[in-house]
Design a protein around this ligand. Sequence first.
Ligand code: SF4
Ligand code: SF4
Length: 373
Amino acid sequence: MKRKAGKASVYFVDMRANMESGVIDRLKKAMKKAGLLKIAGEGDLVAVKMHFGEKGSTAYIRTPYVGAVVEELKASGCRPFLTDTNTLYVGSRSDSVRHVRTAIENGFAYASVGAPVIIADGLKGGNHEVVHIKGKHFTEVRIASDIARADTMVVLTHFKGHEFTGFGGAIKNLGMGCGSRAGKLAMHSDVRPEVSRDSCIGCAKCIGWCPAGAIRLKRKKAYIDPDMCIGCAECIVVCPESAIKIQWGWSTSQLQEKMAEYAVGAAKTKTRKTAFINFVMDVSPQCDCYPFSDAPIVPNVGILLSLDPVAIDKASVDLINKQPGIKGSALNARRKAKVDKLRNLYPDVDWNIQIEHARSLGLGTTEYSLVKA
Ligand code: SF4
Ligand code: SF4
């Protein structure tokens, strides 16, 4: 996995367009320039790793971009399929039947994107391959079978903020997104929220949402049984009183490091046959796992392409931080972190941990050249 020293190339398609040159055409050209088509051989089964968006979310990658990527892969003789893994929490993507239905309802039907949807970890998220790595937390990781078995992978990521990891980018899509249910559980094992009895109003919304049945009312206030909690963190967002808190700092650092180790494992299943496209647009504060999408925090930046997941995420953060913050969005004008938009959103989450850990494990480099495509 160790890569040679030196800068990674990150290709950049901005959002400007006219009659002669549209963003989709430039995305297709950039795929060639960035070498994304060279990693796949004739007849390769190519996993196009996606996040189809929870039902009700609206910020996920728009289907014409996905269709364009599929078209280019097919034109170069590959057999692409769109894929993701089932979620840990109960929602519209927690088993393959619900997941495929949600993907189609969100626009990812064959007729729109030109490729079938295959959920990579099976009907209930139990299908995985064990991959051996040398990490700080793991010596083996559980990668969804149909991702591990695909010949090539192109990771399409909607880049956005994330309440647990600061941002959700290529490393998260590769790590958390390629882990089977057992893998996701292992990554979340340090996440244990607690309820503030002072803030809780006993409305029980969290109880109905919790996938593990770990919450009950105790003297009219919510109580989380730490032995039953699986650490999915969904209750934090569901609570209308912000009464559920996580041990920020330590637990989010562990999560980020574990996620980076899963990314190393997923990449190891296809050495030099994985490419990344980050869509830095509709940059919402939270991930697309919720049944809503909050207003973007910065104007649309564009599309980044690279063979290096660390470099592409670092470049995405840097470009976001060069943008003006959008007034009226979730950015907090009173917070000190005005330049670092992600730190402004989540002051207790150091997003750089995932980047540094992935870099230290040889997944990529933070040194990059931005090439206008
Ligand atoms: S208590 Fe919260 S974090 Fe734990 S399983 Fe339930 S919803 Fe997930
Ligand atoms: S959702 Fe929040 S306020 Fe309602 S019971 Fe749960 S912790 Fe308490």
